[in-house]
Design a protein around this ligand. Structure first.
Ligand code: KIV
Ligand code: ZN
Length: 555
């Protein structure tokens, strides 16, 4: 890289728009969406989609709810042409969906494009030519007038051929390609010249697509460019202003959102941002950004995992694990404080009525709305806190541990995660919990219990195995736990004090068992928890006392 001063590059020019309105606007309705997955997306794939893969993608785009789909560049190759024909001949295009075909402003290509549309019910012919100074000079060797003439001639031919078409309703889209790099007054002039030829009406508008073909500026500059055209074109009320952003600076989504605020009516883009170089704008993200602001996007991503799977299989592209909404890890919190806050937020949300608004820390959208589950939200590694472990044990396995026990269990599980140096999946957390806090039957093992009652006093006959030696002991108390404490004193394993006790059922119906949690105190251990599970609640509580006591005796 060049060292300071950087002379190799220059800042993008600003737009002179002192009365710009977009910064104080907000988006209150969804734009018209047009998927360009099968054209801009497909042309950018190292291995382009096969016809079968394109058909599968097309069906999925229709299912998501796209009403406008750019299906290819039929004049560019036989495969693209055949794909368009298959859609028509196999009657795969629903009546409420319009297919769009791209074509350069060249006579032979325009004629071939029209041939590909035969018998389609409706179609958008999308004509483009590059308008920016560098391409005018380097690629075409034309001045502004020459480039304007190309657009006008192309439009005239599309208009003439449209008149000859029978049975297909043709709409027209014009793109001054590389609009964002073109002088904004010239881009407006060329759009107006195209409109002068096409003569759009309020009922039958032209689509003026203003692409950010290569991003070179901050997104506010693109928004200014869009608002400039909206304010200055003679044809604003007869034109649908369309955005088409790429992502060279990583701001395709931001530019699109600001462009909508600046007055655009329509957005072209792809699922998950596939497309040339860094990709086109990711329509799934723009749509779900609207949804989580309370705006109906008109696109259905309620099964985003399936959509991602089909997309990845057909395009051979990967969706990053951090990709907004669709990435594998985006509903997962690793940090303890995040886990704790999510856990508390979920509890509060569940206690509210179903129509209450979503308000959970660190989860701006309900994963269930996208067909994703809460289960993967919390995963445990060494940085996780007690709240995360308690969350996993409760939500995956049903344990509602007393609050004071969370800390002891959390510390123990984190130590294991630390030693492993890796994330602990829920089953391993459960195994470790059972091993340390439930299945502790050494040095004292409870073989049998025979409870009874004499004059309102509880009696217990216990068969214990202490350090491998069987002993039978009988004791009385004001309840089974008290009787057990007396029995332990008798066999020299006391004193033990019960500090807290709680229980709940685990599972439902005939399969239900009871789980008891006990906190004990001994002369040497201030507080220690144990738990036990049994079909009999009394037995569970006695086993839990022994489990806690056994834990105090561990090295
Ligand atoms: O990025 C672009 O400018 C394009 C045009 C053809 C609309 O894809
Ligand atoms: Zn593009």
């Amino acid at each position: 890289m060049q060292k300071h001063p950087i002379t190799k590059y220059r800042p993008a020019p600003q737009v002179n728009l002192p009365n710009r309105q977009w910064p104080t606007r907000s988006i209150t309705k969804a734009p018209i969406w047009c998927s360009v997955d099968l054209r801009d997306g497909n042309q950018a794939l190292p291995i382009p989609m096969s016809v079968e893969e394109k058909l599968e993608m097309f069906d999925m785009l229709v299912e998501i709810g796209f009403k406008e789909i750019e299906v290819g560049f039929p004049s560019a190759s036989q495969i693209e042409y055949d794909f368009m024909r298959r859609l028509v001949e196999e009657k795969r295009i629903p009546d409420d969906v319009t297919v769009q075909v791209l074509v350069q402003a060249r006579e032979d290509l325009i004629r071939r494009t029209f041939e590909s549309l035969q018998d389609a019910k409706q179609a958008i012919v999308h004509l483009y030519n590059s308008t920016n100074p560098t391409q005018r000079r380097v690629v075409f060797g034309l001045d502004q007038k020459g480039v304007l003439d190309l657009a006008v001639k192309g439009t005239q031919l599309v208009k003439d051929l449209t008149k000859e078409v029978k049975g297909t309703k043709i709409r027209f889209e014009y793109s001054p390609e590389s609009f964002c790099l073109t002088e904004v007054d010239f881009a407006t002039e060329i759009c107006d010249a195209v409109c002068d030829v096409w003569q759009p009406t309020v009922e039958d508008k032209i689509i003026l697509n203003l692409p950010e073909t290569v991003q070179i500026s901050t997104p506010n500059v693109y928004a200014d460019q869009i608002e400039w055209v909206c304010q200055n074109t003679k044809w604003r009320d007869k034109a649908i202003i369309s955005l088409h952003t790429h992502n060279d600076r990583g701001t395709g989504i931001a530019a699109t959102e600001l462009g909508i605020m600046a007055g655009a009516d329509r957005v072209e883009g792809t699922l998950f941002g596939n497309g040339e170089r860094t990709g086109n704008v990711d329509i799934a993200t723009v749509a779900l950004n609207l949804y989580m602001q309370g705006v109906d996007p008109g696109l259905d991503f309620s099964n985003i995992d399936d959509i991602r799977e089909t997309y990845e299989r057909c395009t051979r592209m990967d969706v990053s694990v951090r990709h907004p909404y669709a990435g594998e890890l985006v509903f997962t919190a690793f940090s303890g404080s995040h886990q704790d806050a999510i856990n508390k937020g979920m509890k509060e949300q569940q206690s509210k009525s179903a129509d209450e608004q979503w308000d959970i820390p660190y989860l701006p959208i309900d994963p269930h709305d996208l067909g994703r589950s809460y289960k993967a939200i919390i995963r445990i590694n060494a940085q996780s806190g007690k709240g995360g472990v308690a969350y996993v044990l409760e939500h995956e396995f049903g344990y509602q541990m007393p609050k004071l026990m969370h800390k002891e269990v959390g510390k123990y599980i984190n130590k294991i995660a630390d030693e492993r140096g890796d994330e602990l999946p829920p089953v391993l957390i459960h195994e470790a919990f059972l091993k340390e806090f439930v299945d502790r039957d050494s040095p004292i093992y409870l073989k049998t219990i025979k409870p009874g009652k004499v004059n309102g006093t509880t009696t217990l006959k216990l068969e214990l195995v202490i350090q491998g030696k069987a002993q039978v002991v009988e004791a009385k108390g004001n309840g089974p736990i008290d009787a057990l404490v007396q029995a332990l004193n008798k066999v020299g394993q006391g004193p033990v004090e019960i500090v807290s006790y709680s229980e709940h059922s685990l599972g439902r119906g005939a399969e239900a068992r009871a789980v008891a949690y006990i906190e004990v105190k001994t002369p040497t251990v201030h507080s220690c928890f144990g738990a036990a599970i049994d079909t009999n609640i009394e037995k569970a509580s006695l086993k839990a006392v022994l489990c806690a006591l056994n834990r105090t005796k561990a090295d």
